[in-house]
Design a protein around this ligand. Sequence first.
Ligand code: NAP
Ligand code: F7E
Length: 365
Amino acid sequence: MANKNIALITGVTGQDGSYLSEFLLKKGYDVHGTIRRSSVDFRERIAHLEGLPNFHLHYVDMSDSMSIIQVLRKVRPTEIYNLAAQSHVQVSFDSPEYTADVDAVGVLRILEGVRQCGLEDTCRIYQASTSELYGKVEEVPQNENTPFHPYSPYAVAKLYGFWIVKEYREAYNMYCCSGILFNHESERRGETFVTRKISLAAARIKQGKQEKLYLGNLSSLRDWGYAKDYVECMWLILQQEKPEDFVIATGVQHSVRDFCYYAFKRVGIELEFTGEGIDEKGIDKATGRVLIEVSKDFYRPTDVVNLWGDPTKARAKLGWNPNTTGFQELVNLMVDHDMAKVAGEGAAEKVRMNLAEFLEKGIVK
Ligand code: NAP
Ligand code: F7E
């Protein structure tokens, strides 16, 4: 059909890919998502979309140019949202080469693939960039002009992605841009990111299904937003007249400790923190029970500890409201979701509990 909007979302099975699919389907797009073959089915975030006439899935791996070219030729998208990535910062220290291949060279594969398929004048490209580029921060809060200082293999790979997008924009006049998104969370957040690890633990501890929560740096500061609000920005960034990069953030900063406090408060437990560094503990004020301890296993060789975004440009140019969902509302909706999830865990409970134990002991991070 002429003039039909056709979106290609890499990483459609991820947190953002699933929300963005819903958003674009509602706007009438044909949505094509890329998935990877896996021995077990991890498509729960998009299961409710499968079977819809405008929703299509294709096997693509970001380390495989041929699969990328094949899907570009077949789909001929008008918009590409490149969300696929090895997105876990701590894991990037264990798999630095793979992270570079997928998160850095993968971006190049998309850009060059678009050119080689002759789509450079008809297809706009959004690159999922990150506040991790600011890393060992050189100013607070961070905006589009703040210097980058990446501080993990993940961030270094994403920095290449950012610059190669800029290069293709300037060298070939392509409509490609980066959203520099600060942390955004949701009920669909991966379970080893700190917010989800906390919301699930609060629910499990409340329901007597977990003893304790082990975390790393409790003083780390983040600007946490709601993923559902952020995918709208990805779309808005591609609807501008000129391609430009944008910082997407709430402008509000909290510590990991704050997140714990409000998550446990939501389940009726008031925490009190005592001690410092590795000796810090989160104690149930009512019973004196230690619920949170610090474990070295969750410290990173280099950690980014002071992220705070300035969304002024996004507010002014995109007309986006950075504060649709506030911090406490975000914590509450994640915890409420996980209270219900944990309560409903039946037959799968034993398997889940094993994972919780592994997480607790630091065997799985
Ligand atoms: P996520 O939940 O980890 O999803 C990542 C997606 O990438 C999944 O669909 C995953 O597929 C796919 N993927 C990973 N490696 C791949 C490969 N080699 N080939 C093809 N697909 C691959 O991440 P997210 O939170 O939705 O984040 C989306 C993007 O935004 C990522 O690029 C991330 O780095 C970036 N970002 C996220 C945040 C945030 O706070 N969430 C902030 C800034 C930037 P499987 O399901 O098969 O693993
Ligand atoms: O860590 C500290 C940890 O893993 C946040 C990704 O989406 O956002 C995400 O990366 C902070 C760090 O997210 C634990 O040291 C303490 O300082 O939830 P996280 P992240 O590293 O900020 C950015 C913007 C992205 O681009 C990434 O793709 O929390 N922390 N204790 C812990 N973190 C984890 N995971 N687990 C802990 O036990």
